[in-house]
Ligand binder design. Sequence first.
Ligand code: KG4
Ligand code: ZN
Length: 358
Amino acid sequence: MTLVLGIESSCDETAAALVADDRTILAQAIASQDEAHAPYGGVVPEIAARAHAERLAPLIARVLDEAGVSLSDCDAIAATAGPGLIGGVMVGLVTAKALAMAGDKPLLAINHLEGHALSPRLADPALQFPYALLLVSGGHCQILRVDGVGRYRRIATTIDDALGEAFDKTAKILGLGYPGGPAVERLAASGDPRAVALPRPLLGSAEPHFSFAGLKSAVLRAKERQMGVSAQYSTDQQAGYSDADIAASFQQAAIDCVTDRTRRALADMAGVTALVVAGGVAANRAVRAALEQLAGEFGLPFSAPPLALCTDNAAMIGWAGVERLAAGFAPDPLDVSARPRWPLDPDAAPARGAGVKA
Ligand code: KG4
Ligand code: ZN
């Protein structure tokens, strides 16, 4: 059995997990920093880095203890080495280096996005390469063709905001606090998705890219209209819809965009064995249901990790380590750098409109 200690610290979750190559998660622990960042309505990098530094070592000790194993039982130490908030990434990576050195274990510097990309295979043994992956998180919104471990071709990306970011901003506009995704999903359940007319950016466009900035601005205008505070609208035009209606209308518009763009991408992706969704927004039940239906349109199986493996966690990092070892990738040197930016497909052409001249 191969046993990997996984460490995750790229954003606001400090996490450690022990994962085996038979897909068992022997133990895992996540310390969320939601409360520390809530007053600021988003993640404050300096606060995040400090919190990781305080929490990570005891968390690792806890998972080793819970699994009843010691460092010497681990076959490798895998840590997120990017992309993410650099202070936090460095805390996790340096900790992994110290453990690898002390225990004379291989170090695996994992791309956080690879962790998300392979996470569905941790829970779903039937999922084979190549698969079409919609990776939707707080910082990323991409469609990738996953041909194997370390073999990712980016088919589409967002030209402005990530999908999770759009959920978080909608939550902020509606005063739902941080993190916003789950709160928007909860509120949307009691709203009318047709109550507020919102745009569907890039719907039907020839390239499968995403855009959510216009949708976010429209949510803000809808909220202003509801409150009668927008300079553009006089109070007698106040709209009679609730916050739940705004949340439901936003979520529906976002889902319409995601399914349209993914449908566009799938039309050109020959030979994939499944449609897969991963990343924090994959925890959204309405998003999952829409994608499952879309997979059916193409006669493809649909796969999504269990909810706890969608948002940031260390099991997916440990699992990516397991997959890399099994695929024969060499361990990383102890001087490997943390990378704030680290695309899964470095050869992908920039999307037109993404702040880049065509
Ligand atoms: O993958 P993740 O935990 O961190 C990043 O790598 O970014 O994703 C976090 C994002 C946040 O934007 C959060 O609001 C969103 O995923 N999210 C959701 C849900 N749960 C988390 N968005 C919509 N519905 C959810 N249930
Ligand atoms: Zn993530």
